[in-house]
Design a protein around this ligand. Sequence first.
Ligand code: ADP
Length: 296
Amino acid sequence: MLELTGVSHVYPNGTRALSDVTLSIPKGMFGLLGPNGAGKSTLMRTIACLQAPTAGSIRFGDIDVLAEPDRLRRTLGYLPQDFGVYPRISAYQMLDHMAVLKGVNNAKDRKEVVEHLLGQTNLWAVRGKAIAGFSGGMRQRFGIAQALIGDPQLIIVDEPTAGLDPEERNRFLNLLAGIGENVVVILSTHIVDDVADLCPRMAVLAQGRVQLEGPPRDLIRSIDGRVWQRTVPHTQLAEMQERHEVISHRFFAGEIVVHVLSDTQPEGFAPVVGGLEDVYFTTLAETRRPVAAAAA
Ligand code: ADP
């Protein structure tokens, strides 16, 4: 169990990236969903001991993370957002090198670990190829392979599916799903489907604050009976937004499918079972509202 209590972070330039984040993250996949600039990477780097928060405390099991960063690092697997590129070095060599850095000193053990991870991440066939030539999906799978060295109990993956095509994304999510339920895996993302597909628990982070937390199924239930749908010509979107609380819209066959939030049925709309996307956009709309009112 990872416990964050009152974690805040203010950058030296005055940007408040995190405000009083309190979260209990159990074993299994946990989705941290939020738009760009929400503070996700700041939170991930803080948990990974790459930067200290300006306030708050973090515990992982019996480890006081801020006081004992070395203990945490030994049990941490981290795939940062901007995972570096290693030109001309093969996946095998790089993984072997990283295993040395992580303290797998015995050559026989290391061979076993490296070969197992290359198999697990489906990179065995390209183990001799330079990582520089890898596709985005292969690089991310390599990123997971290096994060898994040394059997970490806490795994952090920061925006791993951004830029992957649908097939690569599926492959990557399958790989994450297979990591197991006995470790804490935090998946930070701005893609609702990543969380909906994989995570039994989640939180929405926006403007540096936890806006919502719980199992996706319960969160979806919380908007039951309040989401309505209508398909209109795309020229009517602005009018819809003016007249209703539009929480999402998507293009479909040249028209727009609009979802609105309302306690009563708006004229021309049909009830629809809301999804996590509706929950997410409702939450974001609500967090923006006080700011808009203050600015007006
Ligand atoms: P996310 O990962 O959700 O996109 P970030 O944690 O990267 O969010 O950023 C949160 C906020 O902190 C943003 O306003 C961003 O501009 C700001 N920020 C991030 N890193 C720094 C930094 N090193 N110095 C100053 N501000 C930063």
